[in-house]
Design a protein around this ligand. Structure first.
Ligand code: NI
Length: 178
């Protein structure tokens, strides 16, 4: 028997070690995307929902702009937008919504349980907030996580930093590796 430290589960240990981990979600193009299907490829991942008034569309337009500016290097990167509102964001809603952005960005959706697992894997958070009696909005972590080819956190994008800084971060991760 290998002795274990009391009070620390495997899950807690993984969370301490870092951001990123197992997830399994369907893309709006009908493909299953997991940490394993992304192995060997750097990727961006961020959480949101299509009813988001400002932050999500701004982030998606920004990523669209950065991918365009990256040119051919962008093909080495996978950008992922994970909905935290699978109830309203059906596959059809996501497919329609994504028409406004770079076609290489995949919108991902899972059940509530699968969504929570993905959110937890990235140390992100979201919270449903009622708007009157029959509607709601969702507060959510707006960080764009930049993951390397091995699925490790390389950096994050901050929409308040200069565009050149964000571009340099993506070039570093998606550019030809030495
Ligand atoms: Ni949002």
């Amino acid at each position: 028997m290998i002795p274990r430290k009391a009070g620390r589960s495997e899950t807690a240990h993984a969370a301490v070690q870092g951001i990123g981990g197992p997830f399994a979600l369907m893309s709006h193009k009908g493909e299953l995307v997991t940490e394993a299907t992304l192995r060997g490829r750097p990727f961006l991942v961020f959480f949101g929902f299509t009813h988001c008034p400002v932050v999500c569309p701004t982030t998606l337009f920004d990523v669209t702009d950065l991918l365009k500016e990256l040119g051919p290097d962008a093909d080495r990167l996978q950008a992922l937008f994970v909905t935290v509102d699978p109830e309203r964001d059906t596959s059809e809603v996501l497919a329609e919504y994504m028409r406004s952005f770079d076609e290489r960005i995949l919108a991902l959706r899972g059940t509530a349980v699968e969504t929570d697992a993905a959110v937890r894997a990235y140390g992100a958070e979201y919270r449903k907030v009622p708007l009157g009696s029959d509607s709601y909005t969702v507060d959510h972590t707006a960080t764009v996580y930049v993951m390397d080819h091995a699925g490790r956190l390389a950096t994050t994008l901050d929409m308040h930093e200069p565009r050149e800084t964000r571009l340099a971060k993506l070039r570093r991760i998606a550019g030809p590796q030495p």
